[in-house]
Design a protein around this ligand. Structure first.
Ligand code: 2BA
Length: 231
């Protein structure tokens, strides 16, 4: 499985989300800002199995269009540093891409809060396999309902973990949810998942994709960090 990051223009976001949802693909949306133009854009997180990736890419290709943008020259001295050298007397044309796509391999994928208690990673496929071996640092990306975010965060902090919260939104109804980033060593991953599982409201069955996220108590992608350092 892969976690796909699709950075797209806001104008295409609703149609892309709808088309992906109609194809049975779930999407989590983040409101983001492009570093160069400082314009609002949208980053979609999509967990896709290997055989789904091309379907997702095809929908992205059909939906996300390149557009011309113009940067108006600012009065001398008022322009941001990265534009100042280039700022000409006429608008500068920039072609913004249909989409910028990153695909990151997922080491472990779990849906938690489904009633049955989380028993730990099952040996084998996409479960607890660490390419870095040993106790490599993992980035646990957990999408939870907005009202579960507070108890889950509190429980993780009390258990000694560090957490970053991102306000995100589900695909279809854009219902608010929260994406938690938790950096932990491989040996701690099961425990983190257990804490999340215990603190989300239980859902007996998955909501259909059209009902918005989250469809389970929590959807979790574990990514292996190539490097982790605190400075
Ligand atoms: P922005 O950073 O606002 O960039 C908008 C467009 O401006 C880019 O379109 C590109 O045409 C131009 N541009 C960006 N950086 C530039 C630079 N250093 N010099 C000259 N022109 C530059 P795209 O390449 O299609 O990118 C669209 C948006 O995708 C970006 O918005 C950014 O939010 C994201 N993105 C693209 N490449 C990325 C990367 N390597 N890492 C992270 N985000 C990326």
């Amino acid at each position: 499985m892969y976690l796909m990051f699709l950075i797209i223009q806001s104008e295409d976001a609703d149609v892309l989300t709808r088309r992906l949802n109609n194809a049975g693909v779930r999407v989590t949306r983040l409101n983001t800002i492009g570093g160069f133009l400082s314009r609002v854009n949208v980053t979609c997180l999509v967990g896709a199995q290997e055989d789904e990736v091309e379907r997702v890419m095809e929908i992205v290709r059909q939906t996300c269009h390149t557009r011309k943008r113009y940067i108006n020259p600012l009065p001398s001295g008022a322009e941001p540093a990265h534009l100042s050298m280039a700022a000409p007397a006429y608008p500068l044309e920039v072609i913004v891409g249909g989409a910028t796509v990153f695909m990151v391999p997922v080491a472990q994928f779990e849906r938690l809060g489904r009633g049955a208690r989380f028993e730990g990673a099952k040996p084998g496929a996409e479960s607890g396999t660490s390419v870095g071996g040993g106790n490599a640092m993992q980035m646990v990306v957990s999408i939870v309902a907005a009202d579960d975010a507070e108890p889950v965060t509190r429980a993780l902090i009390s258990a000694g973990y560090r957490v970053t919260r991102m306000n995100t939104a589900g695909g279809f109804f854009r219902r608010g949810n929260v994406t938690l980033l938790i950096g932990v060593e491989q040996a701690q991953v099961d425990n983190v998942l257990r804490v999340i599982d215990t603190n989300v409201r239980k859902r007996a069955q998955a909501n259909p994709v059209e009902s918005g996220m989250p469809m389970y108590g929590a959807t979790v992608f574990v990514l292996e960090a190539a490097r982790f350092e605190r400075i």
